[in-house]
Design a protein around this ligand. Structure first.
Ligand code: ATP
Ligand code: MG
Length: 256
């Protein structure tokens, strides 16, 4: 049965999608069966996996609203070698439309239950908000991976996210836990990066992944080619760090 992880942080542009796409490709490279769920109307994970969000016949939107099934909506990333439940801007309407539905925060969990035996990992790329879509992700998952930039404001937002995770754990999903914090877009030349990084280790101890993802332009270039960074330029420092992160995650889960 699949381990289901949300990649979440309500702050925008912190590297959620880059982490989701590259972790998916990294795990696929380790011969793991992976489904990447794009839960963001921006559709960045969809595009980053090489799937044209403008040409979808069916998407996560239909799945959440009960208008289509997951097996029809899912597609395959030829460049990343994993399956994708894609998304596009249609999903923006789902927040409002779901208000009238029963068990509205459990829609994704129910949909995934049909396919979870087909995968080793299901990764959910969340939008930059603590919204009904993110709540669906948190209710469906066993754990949360939190990518963060090592800057002052990153810590401020972190407490809101950790509180939300605690509430969801207590009231809606007892399986949910923080798997770990991943330091991304790291610039070792910046004193502040070093300081925040040390502070994170002090506060969160083992919950901070050992692997650090450096700022690396090849990771930023890859999405425009629809190829995950770890495949686009496997020798680049950023790509190697994401491959390493995949291995660290697998090892951490085996220890549990
Ligand atoms: P949003 O909140 O809008 O969904 P996000 O948290 O998913 O954003 P990304 O889209 O992954 O963040 O990254 C934001 C930008 O930073 C993108 O242009 C991406 O290519 C770039 N980026 C992400 N990680 C790195 C990195 N390690 N090095 C260089 N650029 C990066
Ligand atoms: Mg994103």
């Amino acid at each position: 049965m699949a381990k289901i992880f949300c990649i979440a942080n309500q702050k925008g542009g912190v590297g959620k999608t880059t982490t989701a796409v590259n972790l998916a490709a990294g795990l696929a490279n380790l011969k793991k069966r992976v489904l990447l769920v794009d839960l963001d109307p921006q559709g960045n994970a969809t595009m980053g996996a090489g799937i044209n969000k403008g040409e979808l016949k069916s998407s996560v939107y239909e799945v959440l609203l009960g208008m289509g099934d997951l097996k029809t909506a899912r597609t395959h990333s030829e460049t990343g070698h994993f399956d994708v439940l894609p998304s596009n801007r249609e999903l923006a309407g789902a927040e409002v439309e779901m208000v009238e539905l029963d068990q509205r925060e459990q829609r994704l969990k129910i949909a995934l239950s049909i396919v979870k035996d087909e995968y080793d990992f299901i990764l959910i790329d969340c939008p930059p908000a603590l919204s009904m879509l993110t709540l669906n992700g948190l209710c469906a998952a066993h754990g949360v991976i939190i990518p963060m930039q090592c800057e002052y404001y990153a810590l401020e937002g972190l407490s809101d996210l950790v509180n939300t995770i605690k509430i969801v754990h207590a009231k809606m999903n007892p399986d949910l836990q923080v798997i770990g914090l991943l330091r991304v877009m790291f610039d070792p030349r910046m004193m502040l990066s070093q300081q925040v990084s040390t502070q994170l280790e002090k506060h969160f101890g083992d919950k901070v992944f050992k692997t650090i993802i450096p700022r690396n332009v090849r990771l930023a270039e890859a999405p425009s080619y629809g190829v995950p960074g770890v495949i686009f330029d496997a020798a680049a420092k950023g790509a190697q760090a994401y491959v390493e992160f995949g291995k660290e995650l697998v090892a951490r889960l085996e220890k549990q």
